[in-house]
Write a protein of this length. Structure first.
Length: 130
């Protein structure tokens, strides 16, 4: 699942990931994404950090209430605040990958494959699922 309120970025991520054979559910509205989220359904969440109504971290925390094992990558141009939040969350054992915007295709794919590879070691994993 990819959630980014910038629809151009969202479409770009969707096209890139589908080109690399991932199945992607893309949402510009974080509230709608939360309503559609199901436990055990997604291998990875790619969330924009700064979004209206629900920021990426709050969205992640709410989704973890539904599925404690879901993996997440937060994208941000505002790295400093996210690093503070990540340090705070790590005290609660909720770590996430942080990727700075603008992100290159190679960096995005490297991060995704790294997360999925780690998860594959512990269980059978589908690529992004609908």
């Amino acid at each position: 699942m990819v959630v980014d309120d910038d629809e151009e970025n969202l479409e770009l991520f969707r096209v890139i990931l589908e080109h690399h054979r991932f199945t992607v559910d893309a949402y510009a509205d974080p509230v709608k994404a939360l309503l559609e989220f199901k436990s055990g359904y997604y291998d990875l969440l790619i969330l924009d950090y700064l979004m209206p109504v629900l920021d990426g971290l709050e969205l992640y925390n709410r989704m973890r209430e539904i599925d404690k094992s879901v993996q997440v990558m937060l994208l941000t141009a505002s790295h400093a605040q996210l690093q503070i939040d990540n340090n705070q969350e790590s005290k609660e054992h909720l770590r996430f990958n942080i990727v700075r915007k603008p992100v290159t295709i190679s960096r995005l794919l490297l991060e995704i494959n790294s997360i999925i590879h780690i998860k594959e070691k512990s269980a059978y994993v589908h690529q992004f699922t609908n």
